[in-house]
Design a protein around this ligand. Structure first.
Ligand code: HEM
Length: 303
């Protein structure tokens, strides 16, 4: 989100190097500039909502993001359960649980349906990324930045007791970004190796046969790693260290925003104030325009 300063009172004529603009032209140009600025800050400013009791809430995830996360959550849990039951079915108690749930063939079928759901959310996610890059022409909040490495270092120092405060995060913390990057390559690996097993016959027509057991081993061990990462890293950060429910409710309280995303919190407040100033200035311009119109009418009547 681009943020720019607010120069509505600046003299438009001199700013444009045009000294001979009529008052109407000057107002029209000013209004166009103000609307342009409004479009830039509106999305960010709209993220703050003031409740009737005066509390301020901050939109963190849109409905689309929440649905995406929910589909991902359900498909991942199904994949993990049905996959791990297959993977460890040589253990008698796992074989017993698998048979209670309908047997290995059923679990394999559920695994494939859940894999399609996960693949669909991944396609949607790639489409979102392409939209950010090529339509909005931004890098996106998950793009690695130098600041991430500074944040990581500050975080390590903070956790070792060598720094007095946590890094001041913007939209996403370094913990969230690291998890996202791990999920990205993990999903890619699971997708590729899963499809290789799914279409083993076709794959071995063009690639060496030994790749299938390799794909199976990678798929199985990455599954264990992914489940452990979710149970430790993800759960610790969203359920233990904080009780962050914004991915389900969509909103964070002001206190949560101040604590978890102080830089983004400040950006939203600035955008909100700026938007109010712009609206006030647009109103003033409308009054100025009306006064000019009246003036012109009067002079026409007198003439
Ligand atoms: C889009 C992604 C995925 C696809 C296409 C996929 C596909 C497959 C396929 C075809 C199999 C072989 C069993 C069968 O024939 O049905 C399999 C096994 C397995 N999958 Fe997936 N899967 C995917 C994602 C996942 C995820 C996210 C996990 C766990 C978090 C997972 C865990 C497992 C495990 C543990 C096995 C057993 C491997 C073994 O037998 O050693 N899969 N998967």
């Amino acid at each position: 989100m681009k943020e720019t300063s607010f120069p509505p009172s600046a003299d438009v004529s001199s700013a444009l190097g045009v000294e001979s603009l009529s008052p109407e032209e000057r107002i029209a140009i000013k209004r166009r500039l103000l609307y342009q600025r409004l479009r830039q800050v509106d999305a960010l400013a709209s993220r703050m909502v003031i409740l009737p009791d005066g509390r301020r809430m901050f939109l963190r995830f849109t409905t689309a993001h929440r649905i995406e996360h929910m589909v991902h959550l359900v498909s991942f849990v199904l994949l993990a359960v049905t996959g791990l039951l297959q993977r460890f079915s040589y253990l008698s108690w796992v074989a017993y649980v698998a048979s209670v749930l309908g047997g290995l063939e059923k679990l394999r079928a559920v695994h494939r349906v859940a894999a399609i759901a996960l693949a669909l959310t991944s396609v949607y996610h790639v489409w979102e990324i392409l939209d950010i890059w090529f339509v909005k022409r931004e890098k996106g909040p998950m793009w690695p930045r130098l600041q991430d490495f500074k944040d990581l270092w500050q975080n390590v120092k903070y956790n070792l007791g060598l720094a007095s405060r946590r890094p001041q995060y913007d939209r996403f913390s370094i913990e969230e970004k690291m998890e996202y990057w791990a999920l990205l390559w993990g999903t890619l690996l699971m997708g590729v190796t899963g499809l290789m097993m799914w279409w083993a016959e076709e794959v071995t027509r063009v690639l060496p046969g030994w790749l299938i057991p390799v794909a199976r081993a990678l798929h199985g061990w990455e599954a264990v790693l992914a489940v452990l990462a979710i149970l430790t890293w993800h759960m610790y950060h969203v359920m233990v260290r904080t009780r962050n429910t914004s991915i389900f409710t969509g909103y964070m309280t002001e206190e949560e925003m101040k604590h978890e995303h102080p830089k983004e919190y400040q950006r939203i407040l600035r955008a909100y104030t700026l938007r109010r100033k712009i609206w006030r200035e647009l109103l003033r311009l409308a009054e100025e325009e009306e006064a000019l119109r009246q003036e012109r009418m009067q002079s026409q009547v007198q003439a």
